[in-house]
Each structure stands twice: as structure tokens, then as C-alpha cells.
Design a protein around this ligand. Structure first.
Ligand code: 5AD
Ligand code: SF4
Length: 441
């Protein structure tokens, strides 16, 4: 018997890429690959790239450049580029960096086995098409490997919103939703393998509109209610949402579906209506705040999270102040803030840029405010009882760590728990990024 070939995958960017990397690893498992944690002993290296951040393609090219010695040491080593940079750059990657053997876009991962076979014949393989078929159906997992207590499940990909700063509609393509039956099958399979919490993924997850089990058009709310009936599945989350797609039914589910966790990531990007318009966000600060008001009416203890961009072209100090005002009003438990950076090909890249020093200063001020809010919400957890889904042992002997329903990391000494247990825990302390608790009862 030949020994298995080793696959090293380096994943950049969002949770969708984490999910895709798992599927790619499973697909190549059928070709005799097992994953390794080090690039040095790999037979194939795959970079699963992200295009959201600045100079993403350039960073990939320099990473590839650093792989030359590995290829020199092992001429049989195959190097592949997957993800959104692969989609955006296509064949250009192989022209600029001839040591690359394989370029595969996010919609073509199910074709990896055939592409790998081509590599074995000494050819190169390139596929960045947007085929019609459901790649996840073709990427079905191999026989039941045990999984950890939490998992991602992609239900929707792509985006039709075309925010003026964003590359996603170009790299991931138009919105496509998977059929509900396939998602439910995959969820049941995950539960059989030990998963207790599923996070539904999509670039625009709440715009989900797949075919329902009865052939009708489904919504994310309906999908959540079907998942609610899956025995053994205890927690449901979803990300990332657009404010305009928060339907009444989805908001109501936050109040009535016990498995749906009280945490919502709802990016707003800016608090200024002028900037929101220029971003092509198709909502206002006010309409966003009203959505949150309705969510909080349904689920008063929900923890909100958001994304912000500062220094978007033409942003004035007054516009930025409107963002600070909105943050003050919402009070975020988590938030991700970025300095605007241009993405070639997007509408905003053509516009007058804000002075970088000014943008840095705004980012610093926004992050200071957000950090303060995060701390306040964490500190307010002290004395409260939360339910923790334990995931793994902590740094100290006997300690276990997990997540509360609010997504706070919680560590507990001598918990007596194993990964997968959900137990009530009293919060007794707060740190920078986690809470300390003790078991109840
Ligand atoms: N510049 C800065 N931040 C961006 N994001 C997306 N595109 C850009 C860009 N060009 C941020 C948005 C989005 C998050 C995933 O990344 O806030 O919600
Ligand atoms: Fe990008 Fe999200 Fe806007 Fe779609 S809704 S274009 S993914 S920022």
C-alpha cells in the first residue's frame, strides 16, 4: 500500500473559507490525501485566499514566492491557490508565479479530484468558472469522521447587493441558495458526528431563498424552524446578515425559537446617511436602528455585533461623528472596524480618498469606543448565569473552555465536563477576551 499523500491548507479570511477548506480536504481525501500541519512535509499546499483586505493579491504573490525553496527541495510538490484571490486573478497567477500548479475558484471545489489527477500527469489545472451544479452536493463528506461540538454550514453564497467598497459580488458571484433538504441532511449528518451547534453561513445569509422541502421558495426563518426540530442539535446561529433582509419572521424567531442564540452580527458600515448612500447600502442609519429596536423587542437580551468602515471616500468629520453616535445608541457586544482601503474594480476606488492620517485617527477613536462598550457588556455578565457549550480543555490543568449563548468565551476550572456538554455556569470574573465562571449545582 502506498502511504497517504500529505495536504497542507492555509486558510485566510472569513468562516466561509474555513468551511470551504474542510470540504476541499474531504474532496482530496478521496485522492489519498491526509492533512498535515506543516508546509515542509506536504505533497500539496493549498492557499485558500481572501480578497477582502487591502493588497490581498500582492500578499498571496509574496507568500507564493516564499515557497520556492520548498518546491526546490521537493520538485513533486504541488502548489495550489483557491478562494477569492484565485477567482479574481485566474490564470494570471500561473503567469506571474510559474511554480503554481493549480488555481481553483470558490465555485469549482467539487472539481478538485479531476484537477488533482491532471496534476499527477504533469499538467497544470485552472478552473474559475461559475457552474450551475451544487458543488456541496458533489463534495459530500467521506464516512462519518467525528467532529467537534460546533460547525459551520454554508447555506448561501454570493451577493447581489454591490456595496461600493466590496469585492464579494465579483469574487463570489451572484446570490445562490442551497436547497433546504440538502442543508437539513448535512445538519443531521453533523449532529450524528457530535456537533451540537451549527452556524449557518452566507455572505448574505438572511437573503437565503433556497427551494423548500415541498418545492416552495424557502426563507432563512423557515430553515431555522426546520433545524429547530433536529434532535441533538442544541444551538443555531447565522452570519452574515444585511439589515434590509431582517424579515419579521426572522426577528420573531429570535424571540420564540429557543435554539436560536441571542447574538446577531448585523453590519451597518457607517452611521451617516450620506455615506451609506454613497456606499450603496440601501438603508439609512435610522432604518438600521429601527431594525435593532424590533429585534430587541423580540429578544431583549440579544448581544449585537457589527462591521464598520471609517475613512470611506468623502467621509467628513461630521459623517464620522454620526457613526460614533450610532455606536453609542446601539451598544455593541462585538464589532469589527476597518479603515477603508480601495479594491480595484469597485465603484468607490475611483473616488477622492480621505487623508490616511485622518482615517487612522478615526479608526482609533471608533475602536476605543467599541472596546469600552464590549467591556461594559462583558462586565455586566458578572453574577449572571449563562449556559456554556464546552468545546475544549483550557490552558490550565482541569480547565475547560466554551461559549455562552452570547458567544462570550467562558473558562471554568475543574468543570468536570467534556467537550459537547452544555451546562449552566455562574460568571465570576471578566478578562480582555473571555469570562471566568464556576459550575452551578
Ligand atoms: N475596505 C475596508 N473594509 C472593507 N470591508 C469590505 N470591503 C472593505 C474595503 N474595501 C469590510 C466590511 C465588511 C467586512 C467583512 O469587511 O466592513 O462588512
Ligand atoms: Fe459586500 Fe456584504 Fe455589501 Fe454584499 S452586502 S456587497 S458581501 S458588504
Amino acid at each position: 500500500m502506498t502511504s497517504p499523500k500529505k495536504l497542507f491548507i492555509k486558510t485566510y479570511g472569513c468562516q466561509m473559507n474555513v468551511y470551504d477548506s474542510e470540504r476541499m480536504s474531504e474532496a482530496l481525501g478521496g485522492q489519498g490525501y491526509v492533512e498535515t500541519k506543516t508546509a515542509e512535509d506536504a505533497d500539496m499546499i493549498l492557499l485558500n485566499t481572501c480578497h477582502i483586505r487591502e493588497k490581498a493579491a500582492e500578499k498571496v504573490y509574496s507568500e507564493l514566492g516564499r515557497m520556492r525553496p520548498l518546491k526546490e527541495a521537493n520538485p513533486d510538490l504541488k502548489i495550489g491557490v483557491a478562494g477569492c484571490v484565485a477567482q479574481a486573478e485566474g490564470g494570471e497567477i500561473m503567469r506571474r508565479q510559474p511554480l503554481v500548479d493549480l488555481v481553483v475558484g470558490p465555485q469549482s471545489y467539487h472539481r478538485l479530484p479531476e484537477m488533482e489527477a491532471k496534476l499527477q500527469q504533469g499538467q497544470k489545472a485552472l478552473d474559475t468558472e461559475f457552474p450551475e451544479e451544487d458543488k456541496f452536493e458533489r463534495l459530500k463528506a467521506r464516512p462519518k469522521a467525528k467532529r467537534g461540538p460546533t460547525a459551520f454550514l454554508t447555506v448561501q453564497e454570493g451577493c447581489d447587493k454591490f456595496c461600493a467598497f466590496c469585492v464579494v459580488p465579483y469574487t463570489r458571484g451572484a446570490e445562490v441558495s442551497r436547497p433546504a433538504t440538502r442543508i437539513l441532511e448535512e445538519a443531521r449528518d453533523l449532529v450524528e458526528r457530535g456537533v451540537r451547534e451549527i452556524t449557518l453561513l452566507g455572505q448574505n445569509v438572511n437573503a437565503y431563498h433556497g427551494t423548500g422541502p415541498d418545492g416552495s421558495e424557502y426563507t432563512l426563518a423557515k430553515l431555522i424552524w426546520d433545524l429547530d426540530k433536529v434532535d441533538g442539535l442544541e444551538r443555531i446561529r447565522f452570519t452574515t446578515s444585511h439589515p434590509n433582509d431582517m424579515t419579521d419572521a426572522l426577528i420573531e424567531a429570535h424571540g420564540t425559537c429557543a435554539k436560536l442564540m441571542p447574538y446577531l452580527h448585523l453590519p451597518v458600515q457607517s452611521g451617516s446617511d450620506h455615506i451609506l448612500k454613497r456606499m450603496n447600502r440601501s438603508h439609512t442609519a435610522e432604518s438600521y436602528l429601527r431594525v435593532i429596536e424590533r429585534i430587541r423587542a423580540a429578544r431583549p437580551d440579544i448581544v449585537m455585533s457589527g462591521d464598520f468602515i471609517v475613512g470611506f471616500p468623502e467621509e467628513t468629520e461630521a459623517d464620522f461623528q454620526a457613526t460614533l453616535d450610532l455606536v453609542e445608541e446601539v451598544k455593541y457586544g462585538y464589532a469589527y472596524s476597518f479603515k477603508y482601503s480601495t479594491r480595484p474594480g469597485t465603484p468607490a476606488s475611483e473616488r477622492a480618498q480621505v487623508d490616511p492620517a485622518e482615517a487612522d485617527d478615526r479608526l482609533r477613536r471608533l475602536q476605543a469606543l467599541i472596546t469600552r462598550q464590549q467591556r461594559e457588556i462583558q462586565d455586566a455578565m458578572v453574577g449572571r448565569t449563562v449556559n456554556v457549550l464546552f468545546e475544549k480543555p483550557g490552558r490550565f490543568e482541569g480547565q475547560m473552555v466554551g461559549k455562552s449563548e452570547y458567544l462570550h468565551a467562558v473558562h471554568v476550572p475543574d468543570s468536570g465536563c467534556v467537550a459537547g456538554d452544555i451546562r449552566p455556569v455562574r460568571i465570576v470574573s471578566t478578562g480582555t477576551n473571555s469570562l471566568g465562571g464556576e459550575m452551578l449545582g
